[in-house]
Ligand binder design. Structure first.
Ligand code: DGT
Ligand code: CA
Ligand code: CA
Length: 572
């Protein structure tokens, strides 16, 4: 059981408690434990293994929570969570996926309107019953109606981070078995899509029974839904479902190719096979009865006159032509990344100090970072005004003398205000090494206003990059209405970088827009936006998004050495 799995279950408990109107101190205790656990570098299960008292030494973890954590590690749930799940129907939790609906509001809808599903909520909103509730504005009701169809559609999908974590834990475990020679995850998870509908796991094993038994006993598995001779479908504790298919060794490559998808990619590949008088399915590539390829994916693609296509590109967006012409890009990799240009400290809403963040980044092999705390408009995040920012930069200068082997840029995540001005004065911005401009507020403004704000930021001589440009939250909130061609043209003209925010909840720019920005010659920076040391570990999701965009190392500014990176910055 990984830390994030434990944190997720505690967070779910907090949501359920809040829906049930529990004491706010208790809820806060759970939330603060979640943050503690997410920021931990050591494995919580190992800490718990050292003895009963060890967990309570962690900040924000008292006796009660320590007990729950132990329960989760041992059984994958808690009696409290099971009880809460009985009291609150699963459909009530679906309502949390709507923007603007937190557990408190969802609790009111459940208890006062007796709404227990998205369908019922839609009906209640259409009938105007939602806005009659205390604390609900007409605007909230409208927003529910605007977003409910998307929420129902996304409802069953989980973030790539959650999917990958579960897939890795399960695959690692199945690989322990002696009877197993191969286990890999395929499907959207292997393609690193932003969200996954289910997991598709493939294995080669002498004993299908043994590997299926092992899966059904896995701590992340809640229930076995179907079981056949070589195929099993299970539901995980986070609600995600997973298929395990045991395939013959000589079919493993063909099965990986088939189940990695996407469907659209497969349709094209299969058409190519047919053109050559071949038949392609999950068992192999055949001429009549004779097998031509199937053991490895490389063999399958090669037999069709194609180079091996990296999974992230398999969306039928031109990759097959590139594979045929031997022109597939050499996609950027985690090991190419040398810097991280977006992170927070205790100066605003981060959990670690400047020095701790720098040390954590250095431990992860980075050679430069930018500290970019919030500006004052982000008052909930304790954003900095001009004066505090100048003092904060002095602190950064001091830290430079306390750590070697890593360069620290004096940065700021500066809000682009609703009236298109910047939240920090030009005189102060002029002193920065690195300025990321972002829109946090007024995301729903009409396109004309949004564009005015973005263009104004781009034209400011001190702005280096636009952070999480669309402002979307994956599965939850749509991004701003941006005229991308105009936006990218301006960024290209003024030499402003674009961020791929690696936080799995953002992944912003998305793959399509990151590719479009690259086509305009705009340097891309992949940043974690970390709010704790552990937050630095989301970089692989940003790299995966860049790979889905077809980016190479040369397209990504923070693959450069520090001095090369500095040369790219605007000198004004
Ligand atoms: P998901 O689970 O919705 O996030 O997306 P995928 O891509 O993992 O889709 P899934 O789990 O339905 O199926 C896994 C792969 O299996 C899919 O990417 C391609 C392949 N596949 C499934 N059904 C079909 C089909 O009807 N035709 C073809 N050509 N391939 C299919
Ligand atoms: Ca899938
Ligand atoms: Ca599937």
């Amino acid at each position: 059981m990984r830390n994030q799995d434990i944190a997720n279950l505690l967070d779910l408990t907090a949501d359920l408690l809040e829906i049930q109107g529990a004491n706010s101190f208790r809820i806060r205790a759970y939330r603060s434990a979640v943050r503690t656990i997410e920021g931990l570098t050591e494995n919580l299960a190992d800490v718990a293994g050292k003895g009963a008292g060890e967990l309570t030494k962690l900040p924000g973890i008292g006796k009660d929570l320590a007990q729950r954590i132990v329960e989760i590690i041992q059984s994958g749930t808690t009696t409290q969570l099971d009880e809460l799940r009985e009291e609150v129907p699963a459909g009530v939790l679906d309502m949390l996926k709507l923007p603007g609906l937190g557990p408190k509001k969802v609790g009111a809808l459940f208890h006062e309107l007796h709404v227990t599903s998205l369908d019922e909520l839609k009906q209640a909103a259409e009938e105007g019953r939602v806005s009659l509730l205390k604390g609900f504005a007409k605007k909230t009701e409208q927003s529910i109606l605007e977003n409910i169809d998307a929420a129902a559609q996304f409802g069953q999908r989980v973030s790539i981070a959650e999917a990958k974590r579960a897939a890795e834990a399960i695959c690692d475990d199945l690989r322990q078995l002696d009877c197993v020679t191969q286990v890999e995850v395929a499907g959207s998870c292997r393609r690193s899509k932003e969200t996954c509908g289910d997991l598709d796991i493939l294995a080669v094993a002498d004993s299908p029974t043994e590997i299926m038994d092992r899966l059904s006993e896995h701590e992340l598995v809640q229930a076995v839904l179907q079981r056949g001779d070589t195929k099993q479908r299970v539901r995980l504790i986070n609600g995600l479902e997973a298929d395990l298919r045991v395939v013959p060794e000589e079919s493993f490559g063909a099965a990986m190719q088939y189940f990695t998808g996407s469907k659209e990619h497969n349709v094209e590949v299969r058409r190519r096979a047919q053109e050559r008088g071949l038949k392609l399915n999950e068992y192999g590539l055949f001429r009549g009865e004779e097998s031509v390829a199937g053991r490895t994916e490389e063999d399958v693609y090669a037999a069709l006159g194609l180079g091996w296509v990296p999974p992230e590109l398999r969306e039928n967006r031109g990759e097959i032509e590139l594979a045929e012409a031997n022109k597939l890009p050499k996609l950027v990799e985690m090991s190419d990344i040398r810097g991280d240009l977006h992170m927070h400290t205790t100066a605003s809403d981060g959990e670690a100090s400047i020095l701790e963040m720098a040390q954590a980044a250095k431990d992860r092999g980075l050679s430069y970072i930018a500290i970019t705390d919030h500006s004052k408009r982000a008052s909930v995040a304790n954003g900095l005004d001009d004066k505090r920012l100048l003092k904060h930069w002095k602190d950064i200068e001091k830290v430079r003398g306390q750590i070697s082997g890593i360069e620290i840029l004096k940065g700021i995540e500066c809000d682009i205000l609703e009236d298109a001005t910047l939240d920090i004065s030009d005189e102060v911005l002029a002193e920065a090494d690195w300025v990321i401009a972002v829109i946090h507020y007024g995301l729903k403004q009409p396109r004309k206003q949004i564009m005015e704000r973005l263009l104004n930021a781009i034209k400011n001589p001190y702005v280096c990059a636009i952070g999480h440009p669309s402002g979307r939250i994956v599965n939850k909130r749509q991004g701003a209405d941006i005229d991308y061609p105009e936006f990218f043209q301006a960024a290209a003209d003024y030499g402003v970088f674009m961020e791929i925010n690696a936080n799995p909840a953002r992944l912003d720019l998305d793959d399509i827009h990151a590719a479009a920005a690259r086509d305009k010659g705009i340097p891309i920076v992949i940043n974690t936006d970390a709010h704790s040391c552990g937050g630095l570990d989301v970089m692989p999701y940003g790299v995966a998004q860049a790979r889905r965009a077809g980016l190479e190392a040369k397209d990504v500014a923070n693959t450069r050495t520090y001095s090369e990176f500095c040369k790219m910055l605007r000198t004004s």
